[in-house]
Design a protein around this ligand. Structure first.
Ligand SMILES: Cc1ncc(COP(=O)(O)O)c(C=O)c1O
Length: 456
């Protein structure tokens, strides 16, 4: 075999520290605010998160050591392989070299356990016995169920109803890892009951499920809430992806021109890209692209504003691109890309002009995922297909410009539990969906009266 397909690292080479981009931001991240518009302190978050994770959330230390018990569990699948997508390149006839980090090798099948294991660990050492969370496509719920089981915690997952109905197999995975999974909105919480009264047939949303999971956490004994994306510490836990990718590319003497990831709350995109954004801050020329669906255009059409992370307004106000916390996304198949907000760190980097955003339609993404399956073989999660479609656009541009660009993409997860989406695509039942301006204006009303983040 003349040409290399994969680059592996030895287990010894799993990163021993997470990279915290807060240390390197040109301007500091605006703080989260309380309902009174004043910055909140760590104590305000204590009913929801353990103090050791709150410390990480606000830390500006560049490197944070990964605890040994977390490394031992990560070693079940890390370091993840870096692939060169040669067959895909050939099918596109592009001069671009396409590399991808394969995060589908974890037991739940995505990047999500990079943080679920860490979060379960920090909660356990803080004396917490039970975690609650929300999940969209079920990837995060299954990842937290897995993390909790390996660390001996109980776990309850509020799963967005549309995904609960479309993707029953993720629920069975959560049950296999010992978690309880209910459809959200549920009648298990006051927030869920109130929504069901108003909208009995709602498909649910991540914003609603977060309200339920937080209410459960703050009203139950020895329980805290765990979030699968958006927050600073969650994004930081994912940086093992980019740190490994950098080492792998260094081994073959390559540095990317373009780094691409899909973005729901922003965690897999941040995980791959932040170590490269760090270089960009120090002057390196690298293009960093976050991709979202046109149906939930948080970065490409929504304002940078202060908004709550959930529908019932239980979280503090976060500085982020937001469609408004009352936004109920249309039922496209990429359940994990349907959150109303975008991580404050990713939103901030967009403001800084250090990252770019693209919005893509779902049919283009499914078409890209099918080409991927026909060439690279792996069946992609519908979320991941957005990164693939954006990579195709970059590769085609390289072809038009006759440039030998190197593209690095995050293959955030497999789609083996999401085959109903493929079935609908092949049956011609899926449609493209552009969020109508009136719907955007209506959901943005929920942010009226909130303070505005300072201009840079
Ligand atoms: C495979 C996969 N990729 C991407 C995402 C989007 O989340 P994030 O933006 O936090 O990476 C999800 C969310 O569920 C997912 O399951």
């Amino acid at each position: 075999m003349s040409e290399r397909v994969k680059v592996f690292l030895d287990e010894e080479e799993i990163p021993k520290q997470w990279y915290n981009i807060q240390a390197d931001l040109p301007h500091p991240l605006p703080p989260p605010l309380g309902k009174d518009g004043k910055p909140i302190g760590p104590d305000d978050l204590a009913p929801v998160f353990p103090m050791n994770l709150i410390e990480q959330e606000v830390s500006t230390e560049r490197w944070i050591a990964i605890p040994e018990p977390v490394l031992e569990i990560l070693a079940l699948w890390r370091p993840s392989p870096l692939y060169r997508a040669r067959r895909f390149e050939q099918a596109l006839g592009t001069p671009a070299k396409i590399y991808y980090k394969h995060e589908g090798v974890s037991p739940p099948g995505s990047h999500k356990p990079n943080t679920s294991v860490a979060q379960a660990y920090y909660n356990k050492v803080f004396g917490i016995k039970r975690l609650t969370t929300e999940t969209g496509a079920g990837q995060w719920g299954s990842a937290l169920a897995f993390g909790c089981k390996l660390l001996g915690l109980e776990c309850k997952v509020y799963m967005v109803r549309i995904s609960f109905d479309q993707k029953p197999f993720r629920k069975f995975m959560m049950q296999t890892w010992g978690a309880e999974c209910v459809a959200s909105p549920s009648n298990h919480t006051k927030a869920g009951q109130a929504i069901l009264e108003q909208m009995p047939d709602t498909p649910g949303s991540l914003g609603i499920a977060i309200s339920e999971a937080i209410e459960d956490a703050v009203t139950s004994k020895d329980t805290r809430y765990s979030l699968g994306s958006v927050l600073n510490h969650v994004l930081m836990h994912q940086t093992v992806i980019g740190l490994e990718a950098k080492k792998q590319l260094e081994k073959i003497g390559v540095y990317p021109d373009v780094v691409v990831g899909c973005a729901g709350g922003g965690s897999n995109f941040a995980g791959l890209s932040f170590p490269f954004v760090c270089d960009k801050i120090s002057g390196k020329d690298v293009k960093v692209v976050a991709v979202e669906p046109t149906a939930c255009p948080t970065m490409t059409r929504a304002p940078y504003a202060y908004d709550t992370g959930d529908t019932a307004m239980m979280t503090p106000l976060l500085p982020m691109h937001s469609l408004g916390h009352t936004f109920v996304p249309p039922p496209i198949h990429a359940g994990g890309l349907r959150y109303h907000g975008m991580a404050p760190l990713v939103s901030h980097l967009l403001q800084e002009g250090l990252v770019e955003a693209r919005g893509l339609h779902q049919l283009e993404c499914y078409e890209a995922a099918v080409l991927w399956a026909h060439t690279e073989g792996f069946i992609s999660a519908p979320e991941t297909s957005h990164a693939i479609a954006a990579t195709i656009r970059e590769a085609k541009q390289a072809k038009e410009e006759g440039k030998e660009k190197t593209i690095l993409m995050n293959w955030s997860g497999h789609g083996l539990m999401d085959l109903t989406g493929y079935e609908a695509y092949f049956a011609g039942k899926l449609k493209d969906y552009e969020l109508p301006e009136e719907a955007l204006q209506a959901s943005m009303k929920s942010m009226e009266g909130f303070p505005k983040p300072p201009a840079l």
